[in-house]
Design a protein around this ligand. Structure first.
Ligand SMILES: [Fe+2]
Length: 315
């Protein structure tokens, strides 16, 4: 992030206005520029607004995409084979698309839930900055090594669904976005790293290794604020988590959990045991019928450990 590194921010700098502008920016350059400004303000503790007057939750909020990006059903995307440069580029493009959404998810959480303390807003704006870093890193890797940019391939059309479903309830948002969708990213990333290594893209693998490390903390923040919000409402966090999985018809996953990463991200042993049992229950295996994917970062990436990725599954 270099564009604004030497520009001083004024005392009247608005974190929330800049975050809002970044959310609606529909070009890569503009969004990253605004996020850079946000990052500087957070770093130097500038911007005094707390988001409580923005009225963010009063309007429909949808992610902004670069012009020309084709949003399609997962069935139109087909399978990705990491043994070809095209397949690896498509996989990395799919992950970049997930990171693009993750920027929006973090900003939306920061600005939407005014009931939460200012620390909550600052934490999720910080996550937005890191997600932008992930996106930028992957996009640069695509450009330098595959001659591909974000927007060159079709992308998954349903990634905002869970944000819409949980827009009225911070408890549900924290449970189902960081602790379900993003936690599934923790589960699949190690295999993707190995797949890229095996097929001659160690740089791509390094990008994913850094992303995995930072995503653990993002999921941990989800756990922290989920429990905080449960406490405010007098809810038992463990029991309520499974109530929410049921209420929102969260599909089971056939992917093995990354237990260590999930422990570091704050999952309790009881939660891990129960999730493991649910994952093994094949009594209702038709994951697609509820309109969600069954694995992957933000629930949108199927990846087979044999080096073939069925990217952008149902959502
Ligand atoms: Fe990320």
């Amino acid at each position: 992030m270099t564009h604004v590194a030497n520009k001083a921010l004024t005392a009247s700098f608005s974190l929330t206005k800049t975050a809002s502008d970044a959310f609606i920016a529909d070009t890569v350059d503009e969004k990253l520029y605004l996020i850079e400004r946000l990052a500087l303000a957070l770093k130097f503790d500038e911007g005094t607004d707390d988001g409580k007057t923005l009225g963010w939750a009063d309007a429909l909020r949808m992610p902004a995409y670069p012009k020309g990006l084709a949003l399609v059903s997962p069935r139109q995307v087909g399978r990705r084979r990491l043994g070809t440069a095209r397949g690896r580029a498509e996989l990395i493009h799919a992950i970049a698309h997930i990171e693009w959404h993750a920027i929006h998810l973090a900003i939306d959480a920061a600005l939407r839930f005014e009931v939460m303390p200012k620390r909550f807003m600052l934490d999720w704006l910080g996550v937005a900055v890191e997600e932008a870093g992930h996106f930028s890193m992957l996009n640069q890797h695509l450009q330098m090594n595959y001659q591909v940019s974000y927007g060159d391939f079709p992308a998954h059309a349903g990634m905002w669904d869970m944000a819409r479903k949980t827009e009225l309830d911070v408890v549900a948002r924290m449970a189902l976005v960081p602790r379900v969708l993003e936690a599934r990213g923790l589960d699949v990333t190690s295999e993707m790293i190995l797949g890229l290594m095996r097929h001659g893209d160690p740089e791509g693998a390094s990008c994913l290794a850094l992303i995995l490390k930072e995503e653990v903390r993002h999921v941990w923040l989800g756990t922290y604020w989920y429990r905080y919000a449960c406490t405010l409402r007098g809810l038992d966090p463990e029991a309520h988590f499974f109530d929410l999985l049921k209420k929102f018809h969260t599909p089971r996953t056939h992917v093995s959990m990354n237990i260590l990463a999930r422990q570091l991200a704050g999952f309790s042993q009881l939660e891990l045991d129960q999730l493991s049992l649910l994952g093994q229950d094949r009594s209702t295996p038709n994951n697609e019928r509820h309109g969600e994917s069954n694995c992957g970062p933000n629930g949108a990436l199927n990846f087979a450990p044999d080096g073939e990725a069925n990217s952008l599954s149902q959502a």
